[in-house]
Design a protein around this ligand. Structure first.
Ligand SMILES: Nc1ncnc2c1ncn2[C@@H]1O[C@H](COP(=O)(O)OP(=O)(O)O)[C@@H](O)[C@H]1O
Ligand SMILES: [Mg+2]
Length: 238
């Protein structure tokens, strides 16, 4: 039988090498929801005076607020049934909805909110601010066709990917055809130390998403993200 000290030493070595890294969240409670919503609404109003949190987006905003505060009361939607269900704090966010319903803004405003409070998250051994950069999926593809690399987006500890599905299905670099987002999402889904936030016109288990990225990605997205939908019409036109 292995000695306890030997087991400890082996586990320590694995940890040192950064294998099986995990995410540690820190709670910022108590959370007073009405105040938090007011602050978020005011952040939105600095961008457009018509910004509001209403019945179309309240569930998403309230629960992303719970997510950044690390409140175990967090809820999300079951992507299959669209019923409310218990959310998870160590996985990311996926917001689906029509064009112009305010998905991208939700990711940007909530990132600003988390940064303003300097909320912390520990990924592996590194403690950092929960703030994330939001990059459009098509901009990631543009970078691939000019540089031939997507390593940066596979490795980033936290990333917001905007408009998943609006990018070209294939990107070409020196004769190499690549479904860039499929590669990135598969990689991130295979690692427990990555947080991925996504906005998309495609519901998570929609046929177009499965056709485009395959069922491996679809199944990983279910694991990687708390699912939300923002309802309503194009706010750009209102
Ligand atoms: N909560 C909101 N209330 C009012 N207007 C909003 C809200 N969120 C976004 N908008 C407006 O709608 C436009 C589209 O939002 P955006 O987040 O880019 O949509 P999409 O869902 O397509 O990502 C923004 O440019 C902004 O003017
Ligand atoms: Mg968008």
């Amino acid at each position: 039988m292995a000695k306890i000290e030997n087991i400890k030493a082996i586990l320590e070595k694995i940890k040192e090498r950064g294998l099986f890294q995990d995410i540690t969240r820190f709670q910022y409670l108590p959370l007073h929801m009405e105040t938090a919503l007011e602050i978020v609404e005011n952040i939105g109003k600095t961008r457009t005076s018509k910004f509001k949190i209403d019945n179309e987006n309240r569930f998403a905003y309230e629960n992303i607020i719970r997510w950044v505060h690390c409140d175990t009361q967090i809820k999300c939607l079951n992507p299959q049934t669209k019923q409310e269900t218990t959310g998870r704090l160590k996985t990311g966010i996926y917001i689906a909805g029509n064009t112009g319903s305010g998905k991208s803004w939700a990711l940007e405003i909530m990132s600003a909110y988390a940064m303003a409070y300097n909320f912390q998250i520990q990924i592996g051994q590194t403690k950092r601010c929960l703030h994330w950069h939001n990059t459009r999926a098509d901009a990631i593809c543009d970078e691939y066709i000019t540089t031939g690399t997507l390593e940066k987006y596979k490795k980033m500890p936290i990333i917001g990917i905007q408009d998943l599905g609006a990018e070209p299905a294939e990107s070409l670099y020196m004769g190499n055809r690549m479904n860039v987002l499929r590669q990135i999402l598969e990689h991130r889904g295979d690692h427990t130390d990555k947080v991925t936030l996504i906005s998309s016109n495609m519901p998570i288990n929609h046929k177009t998403l499965i056709d485009r990225y395959g069922d491996r990605v679809e199944s990983r997205l279910n694991e990687m993200c708390n699912y939300f939908e923002i309802k309503g019409k194009d706010r750009r036109k209102s």
